[in-house]
Design a protein around this ligand. Sequence first.
Ligand code: AMP
Ligand code: GLY
Length: 425
Amino acid sequence: MERLRVLLLGGGGREHALAWKLAQSPRLEWLLAAPGNPGIAGLGMVEPGLDILDGKAVARFARDRGIDLVVVGPEAPLAAGVADACRAAGIAVFGPSAAAARLEASKGFTKELCDEAGIPTARWARFSALEPARAHVRAHGAPIVVKADGLAAGKGVTVAATLAEAEDALEALFRAPGAEVVIEEWLEGEEVSVFVLADGTAALPLLAAQDHKRVGEGDTGPNTGGMGAYAPASVFTPALEAETMARIIRPTLTALAARGTPFSGVLFAGLMLTAAGPKLIEYNVRFGDPECQVLMLLLESDLLDLLHATATGRLAGMTATWKPGRALGVVVAARGYPGTPASGGVIEGLEGCGATVFHAGTRLEGGRLVAAGGRVLTVGAVAPTLAAAAGTVGAAISKISFADALWRRDIGWRELAREGKGDRS
Ligand code: AMP
Ligand code: GLY
């Protein structure tokens, strides 16, 4: 068996989950993560000093260490061309080129591609000045959606219930010089996060998950990167998956290949399941966080096999198998998130809490683990039912303590209600 040395880029909860699953692979020789985090440090080596946005530096580092596969976790290195630099240096890399990463980096790019390929998505218009944008929202009325055109970690979006909210959002965005703003029709329905591996030719759908983007219970308050997730999502039936592959994912992959920029990596489609069928809200070109954590908890197959096959164009004929049951993950953030989070609270009680804990914003300080970010931990579990998984996670969180911890106690509420009614389609 060929054993592989893996360099994992990133240091959040998503990367800890990837590291956790990679570490279970018999094909892993060793794992090195940059910058990593204290959780990942328990599974491999960490290299906090590498500039993961510098493609040349990453490729040189990977060559010097004899790395066989670079796995790129977050979007920023992808948009900066780190995967291109690795490929140019002959190193296998899991993650798309900068050209294909525009699917996430530029909302305008994706919208144009959708229009060209006939992919169902919200109607939209792009503006580079405040006054025409304001006129557009006044003409269309609320609810309406206002987005910054660029990478904003899910936080550059205002779903405005009123005209005043929409206009406030426009004014705030246009305060930045050179701002580009996309205004969209509001889509009504339930959201799902769909993940598909693609190697430039073949595509392999993974499970669909659902996350909770709002910071507050009952899905209220500002948007965040995600406060919790669960999988599989029963609303995403096999028929919806087939429709999504046929009408959204495959046309996107075909359009990118036709432009000479084939997509290789994981394509994450944020969909709205509307009365008129699934519509694309946005693409991301990496795993979701915290969706990745629940997918990794459920994945039965060898993750290293899947990522390496994706990176080397050998995905055709591969399958992904999943554990039975359902996974739920709850993000424990620091008070203040998604604004300025409190930091420095000492974290205790992780050991033996009874669930799987992935680190995101943590740091070791004088031998003690402290909170050092907005999203600090994801606490997750797999169980035969979502209710049982939620019970395990809730009990685990009650054993974990740090000052100013903030988490939602209602993650999975929609699905838990469906499960309670015995509707587990
Ligand atoms: P995005 O960063 O584009 O994913 O937007 C963040 C969140 O805003 C999404 O996950 C949705 O919850 C919401 N959102 C974005 N676009 C729309 C839309 N056109 N209609 C309704 N909700 C939306
Ligand atoms: N949880 C959504 C994201 O990773 O963008």
